[in-house]
Design a protein around this ligand. Structure first.
Ligand SMILES: C[S@@+](CC[C@H](N)C(=O)[O-])C[C@H]1O[C@@H](n2cnc3c(N)ncnc32)[C@H](O)[C@@H]1O
Ligand code: SF4
Length: 390
C-alpha cells in the first residue's frame, strides 16, 4: 500500500506570555522586558529554510500561529514572517491563517495590522466570562476586556473567529457554565472550543489543586448540558471539544485529526511529515527554550529530535487523532495516510464494533456515543507494544 502525501499545514509557535497561567503546560515562558521579536522572525525563517527540503513542491493549506501568546507579537513581525514564508512555500488560494489571541494583549490598530498581514481567522483564549473564575485561573484580563477585544477584532473586519472556553473550573456550577456560553453566543463566534479543565503534570494547579473543582459527575453534567446548548445555538460538534457554525470548521486542526502533515516551526514546535522518497513518516521537534532556539535555528542543532513512525505504530497514531472526530474516518484515508492495508486493523475494528464503540457504514468508521465516552480504550486497541528484548 503506498503512502500518499496528505495535505500540508504550517504551525508556528510563539513561546512568550505576559504571565504563566497556573493550569497551562504549553511551551510558554513569561516574557520579561522587551522581547526579541525581530530576531525571532529571523530564526523562524531560518528554521523554515532548514525544513524546506522535506516539503519541496508541496502546497500549504493552512497556517496557525499558536503559543504562548502570538498576539503579543506586533503585526509588522507577523507580516514579515508571512511574506518570508509565502516566498518560500506555495500557499493554497484561500489558505486559512489563524492567530491565537489573548484578550489581555488587544490594543487599537493591532487587529487591522494582522488582517493586512494576511491573518483571516482569530482564536481568542477567553476561558470564562466570570470574573471570579478568571481570577482563580490567573488570567490577565477580565470579562469586560475579553468582550472589548472581540469587538475590536470584529470592527477590524474579522468575521471568522473561535472562542476558547473551559469548564469544570474551580468554583463553577452548571448555571455559571451555561452563563459563559450565553455570553459567548452574544459575540457571534463562528467556532467555539469547549475544553474541560485538566490538571496537567508540572503545573502549579497539579502541585496545589485549587479548591472547588467540580467532581467527575458534575463535570460530565456540565459537558452534556453545554453540548445541548451549543447545538441549540447552531454550533455543530465535529470533534471532542470543537463546535462550529456550518462550513467554519478549523481547517488547520482538522488536518491534524485527519492525520495530515504539518511543518512545525518555532521553539518546541512539533512537525509530522510523510516523506515520499523513502516511504516513511517523520516526526521532528525543535528545542523548547526560546534562548536556545534563537541561537540554533537554521541548523541541525535546533532539532530536539527526529523519529520515524514505524508501520506498527501508525494505526495507533492514526486512531488517536481520527477517533476524536464525530464523523470518524474513511478506510481509504486510513490506507493512504498510513501506507497500510485496512485488513491489518480488521481484528481491532471487529472488537470495537462488538463492544458497541464503533460502527462501519459504506467504508466509513464512526465512533458511537459510547465509543466517544471511552475513546482512550478504543484507541488502546490499536497500540502494539514493541517486542520485548530477551
Ligand atoms: C495556547 S492557549 C490559547 C491562547 C492564549 N495563550 C490564551 O491562553 O489566551 C490554548 C487553549 O488551551 C486551553 N487550555 C490550556 N490549558 C488547559 C488545561 N489545563 N485544561 C483545559 N484546557 C486548557 C485554553 O482554553 C487555551 O485557550
Ligand atoms: S496565556 Fe495561554 S499559553 Fe500562555 S500561559 Fe496562559 S493558557 Fe498558557
Amino acid at each position: 500500500m503506498p503512502l500518499t502525501p496528505p495535505p500540508l499545514s504550517l504551525y508556528v509557535h510563539i513561546p512568550w506570555c505576559v504571565r504563566k497561567c497556573p493550569y497551562c503546560d504549553f511551551n510558554s515562558h513569561e516574557g520579561r522586558g522587551a522581547l526579541p521579536f525581530a530576531a525571532y522572525v529571523d530564526a523562524l525563517l531560518a528554521d523554515l529554510d532548514f525544513d524546506l527540503p522535506l516539503v519541496w513542491g508541496r502546497t500549504v493549506q493552512s497556517v496557525f500561529f499558536g503559543g504562548g501568546t502570538p498576539s503579543l507579537m506586533p503585526p509588522e513581525f507577523i507580516d514579515r514572517f508571512l511574506q518570508g514564508a509565502s516566498s518560500r512555500l506555495r500557499f493554497a488560494p484561500g489558505c486559512e491563517i489563524t492567530l491565537e489571541t489573548n484578550p489581555g494583549t488587544a490594543e487599537h490598530g493591532r487587529f487591522e495590522g494582522y488582517r493586512n498581514a494576511g491573518v483571516n481567522r482569530l482564536s481568542f483564549g477567553i476561558q470564562s466570562f466570570d470574573d471570579g473564575c478568571l481570577q482563580r485561573l490567573g488570567r490577565i484580563h477580565d470579562s469586560r476586556e475579553a468582550e472589548a477585544a472581540v469587538k475590536l477584532a470584529q470592527d477590524a473586519g474579522f468575521d471568522n473567529f473561535n472562542l476558547d472556553l473551559m469548564y469544570a473550573l474551580p468554583g463553577q456550577d452548571l448555571a455559571m457554565a451555561e452563563h459563559d456560553l450565553q455570553r459567548a453566543f452574544a459575540l457571534q463566534p463562528t467556532h467555539v472550543s469547549h475544553y474541560q479543565l485538566t490538571l496537567e503534570p508540572n503545573t502549579v494547579f497539579a502541585a496545589r489543586p485549587p479548591a472547588g473543582i467540580p467532581d467527575d459527575d458534575a463535570g460530565w453534567d456540565m459537558q452534556e448540558h453545554c453540548q445541548a446548548l451549543l447545538a441549540d445555538a447552531g454550533y455543530v460538534q465535529y470533534e471532542v471539544s470543537a463546535y462550529t457554525r456550518p462550513g467554519r470548521q478549523c481547517a488547520h486542526n482538522l488536518n491534524y485529526w485527519k492525520y495530515g502533515d504539518y511543518l512545525g516551526i518555532g521553539a518546541g514546535a512539533h512537525g509530522k511529515l510523510t516523506l515520499g522518497h523513502d516511504e516513511s513518516i517523520l516526526r521532528r521537534w525543535k528545542h523548547k527554550h526560546p534562548t536556545r532556539y534563537l541561537a540554533e535555528a537554521g541548523n541541525e542543532a535546533v532539532v530536539g529530535g527526529d523519529e520515524r513512525i514505524t508501520p506498527e505504530r501508525r494505526p495507533f497514531e492514526f486512531m488517536l487523532n481520527a477517533l476524536r472526530l464525530v464523523d470518524g474516518f474513511e478506510l481509504a484515508t486510513f490506507e493512504a495516510r498510513t501506507g497500510l492495508s485496512a485488513t491489518m486493523i480488521e481484528p481491532q475494528l471487529r472488537i470495537a464494533i462488538d463492544r458497541g464503540w464503533l460502527v462501519i457504514d459504506a467504508g466509513r468508521v464512526r465512533p458511537t456515543d459510547l465509543g466517544r465516552r471511552f475513546t482512550n480504550d478504543v484507541v488502546a486497541l490499536f497500540l502494539v507494544e514493541p517486542a520485548s528484548k530477551t
